[in-house]
Write a protein that binds this ligand. Structure first.
Ligand SMILES: *Cc1c(COP(=O)(O)O)cnc(C)c1O
Length: 440
């Protein structure tokens, strides 16, 4: 057995891979990655793959980025970790202050964890505990949108509406309520995306009118519901949801784990609606894709509801690695790149080129429906896709030096922000070629 074949066999025996039916690997081999270089992953046989999904949406500025790497090396020699109960350190303070400033101090208090699902759990717990501290313990239910995804721990599954992730565990979950998604694809002839948003907001209004007394919070993925298939919608929905949450005294949680950090075209997606939520969740891109880190940003009002002599009125969530200095340092280096390279402005040009390239490559393909884009996210649906399309496309793309993993019949890209013109062309052209091959 070659060294690689042996590594693959050992991985299948000893490593339980995520989001995977392990038996499928009898047909579809694992890919042993040796190293990364910018937007490319390089395997142990020297084959290269353009990372068209930023390694599950986390990597913003390429692999082995020297600026983030050097910041981490310096932090490693100074302080790798210290517990955050009773102690503090410069990276966590500086990161909290910089994020607060990015929200114009609307969200001036940062709570830390390590993964996105935990950020969801923390926001739900904080919201319900806020109402309890305000003498309304009955406000402890949650509302999410149809097709929502907020993570897969048992608490987060309560607000995740993706059948494949939820059905097997449904008996463990205290499910929340679902209201209609403002999915712009639901526009009737003559209707705009904003009309669909107003229709969905009317349904939210009706739900809250009846259930506000039991409802702690509405949780949404602003502008794009990513995991259920890159569902895009008009910012009007966020404006109306903010108004309705204010009117019915319900918190608004903006899960920007996927769409935050410039992905949507602004640093926070909520900025495009001109609103701030009561809780804003970050993870994935915030550390540049280097280390696990998640952050719940919240308001003075929420913070004040917990500030008391009584420990039991304080927020109770203990996580060993809260505010890990290395992860915070990676996030600070990531924010430095945003500032120094004016990434939001530069991404506008990159996103325009990405859109043009895909329009040219697949825009007139007879199977392509709803080609759509929001900042550095681009997707289309494939009509008449054969069963097993997603896995077939994945393999066909890999054979063309491209990493893309469709969600069902939706092909999408969420690339690192550093793509060159040649890389954009490769991404679009090889997507078209892989599409043709997987339909044949
Ligand atoms: C990925 C994701 C999560 C969960 O984050 P994990 O780190 O995978 O637990 C939650 N919400 C959204 C919108 C996500 O895209």
């Amino acid at each position: 057995m070659s060294a690689n074949a042996s590594l693959l066999a050992r991985s299948l025996a000893a490593v339980w891979h995520p989001c995977t039916q392990m038996k499928h690997h009898e047909q579809l081999p694992l890919i042993p990655i040796a190293r990364g270089e910018g937007a490319w992953l390089i395997d142990m046989d020297g084959r290269r793959y353009l990372d068209g999904i930023s390694s599950w949406w986390v990597n913003l500025f390429g692999h082995a980025n020297p600026r983030i790497g050097n910041a981490l090396k310096a932090q490693l020699d100074t302080l790798e970790h210290v517990m955050l109960a009773g102690f503090t350190h410069a990276p966590v303070v500086e990161l909290s202050e910089r994020l607060a400033a990015l929200t114009g101090h609307a969200l001036g208090h940062a709570f830390y964890a390590s993964d996105g699902a935990s950020a969801t759990e923390i926001a739900l717990k904080m919201s319900a505990h806020y109402w309890r501290n305000h003498g309304q313990p009955g406000k402890n239910r949650f509302v999410s949108l149809a097709g929502s995804y907020h993570g897969e721990t048992v608490g987060a599954l309560a607000v995740t509406d993706v059948a494949i992730f939820r059905d097997a565990y449904a008996p463990l979950v205290r499910a929340g309520s679902c209201v209609p998604s403002p999915d712009a694809r639901n526009a009737a002839p003559g209707e705009t995306a904003a009309d669909v948003a107003r229709r969905a907001a009317a349904a939210l209004d009706a739900h809250l009118a009846e259930h506000a007394d039991q409802t702690a919070a509405l949780i949404v993925e602003p502008l794009v519901q990513c995991a259920s298939g890159m569902v895009m919608y008009d910012p009007e929905y966020l404006r109306l949801a903010r108004q309705l949450c204010d009117r019915y005294r319900v918190h608004l949680v903006a899960d920007e784990i996927a769409v935050g950090c410039g992905r949507s075209g602004s640093f926070f997606a909520c900025q495009q609606a001109g609103i701030w939520p009561d809780f804003l969740l970050l993870s994935k891109g915030i550390s540049g894709g280097y280390l696990p880190l998640s952050i719940v940003l919240t308001t003075d009002d929420v913070f004040a509801a917990f500030y008391d002599d009584d420990t039991a009125r304080g927020f109770l969530h203990s996580h060993s690695y809260t505010g890990n200095p290395l992860a915070c340092r990676a996030a600070l280096a990531t924010l430095d790149i945003f500032e120094e390279d004016q990434v939001i402005a530069r991404n506008r040009a990159t996103a325009a080129r990405l859109g043009e390239a895909f329009c040219g490559a697949v825009g007139s393909h007879p199977a392509v429906r709803h080609l759509r884009q929001q900042g550095m996210m681009l997707a289309f649906d494939v009509a008449g896709a054969p069963p097993g399309f997603a896995r077939r496309f994945f393999a066909e793309a890999l054979a063309r030096e491209l990493l893309l993993r469709p969600i069902g019949n939706t092909v999408y890209t969420m690339p690192p922000y550093i793509l060159s013109g040649a890389e954009i062309a490769h991404l679009a052209n090889q997507t078209a070629a892989a599409l043709e091959a997987s339909l044949g």
